[in-house]
Design a protein around this ligand. Sequence first.
Ligand SMILES: Cc1cc2nc3c(=O)[nH]c(=O)nc-3n(C[C@H](O)[C@H](O)[C@H](O)COP(=O)(O)O)c2cc1C
Length: 189
Amino acid sequence: MRVVLAITGASGVIYGVKLLEALKGKAEVSLVVSDIGKKLLEDETGLKYENVKRMAADSYENSDLFSPLASGSSHFDAMAIVPCSISTIGKIANGIADDLITRTALVAMKERRKLIVVPREMPLDAIALENMTRLARLGVIVCPAAPAFYGRPENLDDLVNFVAGRIMDLLGIENELYERYQNRNKEKV
Ligand SMILES: Cc1cc2nc3c(=O)[nH]c(=O)nc-3n(C[C@H](O)[C@H](O)[C@H](O)COP(=O)(O)O)c2cc1C
């Protein structure tokens, strides 16, 4: 399976890094990180982009509209934008393809391939909600970075793994990154 993973300039770039790690050996990943995404990567995780990109099969600059990913003839099965800024969501929802991430997302949509966007913003204004509704109606999976607590997370890693695991589920890739829901009250009966 070939997956395009994009990381944009929203807080929570660690979700994208975790997904990249989890995909290792399970999918061939092409990585694109926006300029602000690169800055947040270093700021929030202390990781260097140059090291992170080594985990991917290949990587492209977000300005590189000549990348094969920008063409409908490119062979990838799915794209995940993790995290996806509200700005990038707005561009995709309105057909603006002015960088590689937005262009590839629009390629995924027009070619009817799976596109997963993972927004991280709070609160949400009506513009963001309308843009997300528009994308959802067009078949895009809008998967907010909102970890559940039914698995009783004990640390940050548990929360991050929950979100990365749900994205893996949506990609159709088996994983044991998080504890699936079980009814504890029922166990006691
Ligand atoms: C420190 C910092 C944190 C940000 N956090 C968020 C965020 O959580 N969600 C969001 O939608 N935008 C956030 N932004 C704003 C985006 O980075 C900005 O809209 C940018 O244009 C997005 O560009 P990109 O989608 O090409 O990466 C943040 C910006 C900075 C500098």
